[in-house]
Design a protein around this ligand. Sequence first.
Ligand code: CMC
Length: 438
Amino acid sequence: MPDTITITDNRTGKQYELPIQDGAIKAMDLRKIKVAEDDFGLMTYDPAYQNTAACKSAITYIDGDKGVLLYRGYPIEQLAEGSTYLETAYLIMFGELPSASQLDAWHREITLHTMLHENIKQFMEGFNYDAHPMGVFLSTVGALSTFYPDAKQIFNQELRRLQMVRLVAKTPTIAGYAFRHLTGRFYVRPDNELSFTGNFLNMLFRMTEVKYKVNPVLERALDVLFILHADHEQNCSTSAMRGIGSSHVDPYSALAGAAAALYGPLHGGANEAVLKMLLEIGSIANVPAFIKRVKGGEGRLMGFGHRVYKSYDPRAKIIKQTADKVFEQTGRNPLLEIALELERIALQDEYFISRKLYPNVDFYSGLIYQAMGFPVEMFPVLFAIPRTAGWIAQWEEMLVDPEQKIARPRQIYTGAAPRDYVAMERRGKSPVTSSAGS
Ligand code: CMC
């Protein structure tokens, strides 16, 4: 017998039996619940989509209570241990781990597309000398749409795949140029003999040397961080990618919107905010007073808490281990002591325990990035590069899903009741008052 739920409408005394599938009822089934034939039917009210599944997805699985994260069924811990970012991107985008020859071909394909059109370089040079690299990144990704008019053909599978490859390949180059712009240095073209992350480090940090020498420990650490950030199911930026993409715009325009959503301090901007917070706290001695202020409602403990994880974020655990390896190379980040003390106090404090607030992916990642030589403004960009794989995989999944349509939520109107326009000469001196809520 199929699972159903019976709802009794006390307004009419009628009963409705609604099917339950995958632990959910269809919101559209509620529309059958009406008080009269011309009634619109019952809606759900769910600001911030806290309890609404807007899609079916086979990409990423999270069990927030148990701290589980799987990409296409593979545990994040195993991917961080054995995979590379490019292989993980392939897995996320195409559903399976590649064979050796598929991986080779994938590397070649990505490498072939790392270059940017010279006009894009000129476009980027137009930004102010101190432009935030994330603002530069998202604007430039949007601008790519004008360079690739074929990207509009989103239902042509071959062309769609080409844009997906271009996006994975070109986002590090855009990020590299944005960084060099901020630092006032010449732009470094991709070196296709290096690995994905090795080349990225080259584009950021090469100075006068003919060939950039990649530090293999930092290269691997960055690769692990990229694996951890590659997808995270229906978060704010991914929902933006799907929502914008649902209008059938090209993927560059949609990805610019997703990157804009990531920029905010409650999402991908949190790693930047964590670093600023640690600098502001300044020393271990100031930690108790800071925690007291947070508990008193004065700001948040950045890098803590998550909409889905109600236990330790599994990515934060891996990042903590990666941090030790990086600090062996770069020396310990002095802010680490403050972060460890914040975590120690918060994890035994009733305020954080009762609200299930634990360190998230952003709590320690900034410390690693800073030790590697990235300025804080680059942190959200470092999140956006790997998340590109997740965004475009989710975008494609949405496009080919026959149940999806243009995203268009409902609202509950709280404004004025219908009223007649008042001509200016009849309005008098006092402002026309609104009867909002009536
Ligand atoms: N510090 C202090 N209190 C917090 C925090 C925090 N970081 N996060 C949540 N709370 C409190 C909040 O004040 C509320 O308390 P009360 O019930 O007394 O009003 C309760 O915990 C529930 O918070 P919420 O805002 O309803 O939770 P949410 O699921 O809407 O928010 C969040 C999730 C990630 C936006 C939030 O935890 C937060 O602002 N964290 C800090 C920013 C951050 O680290 N963001 C990165 C998230 S992970 C990576 C990513 O997604 O990009």
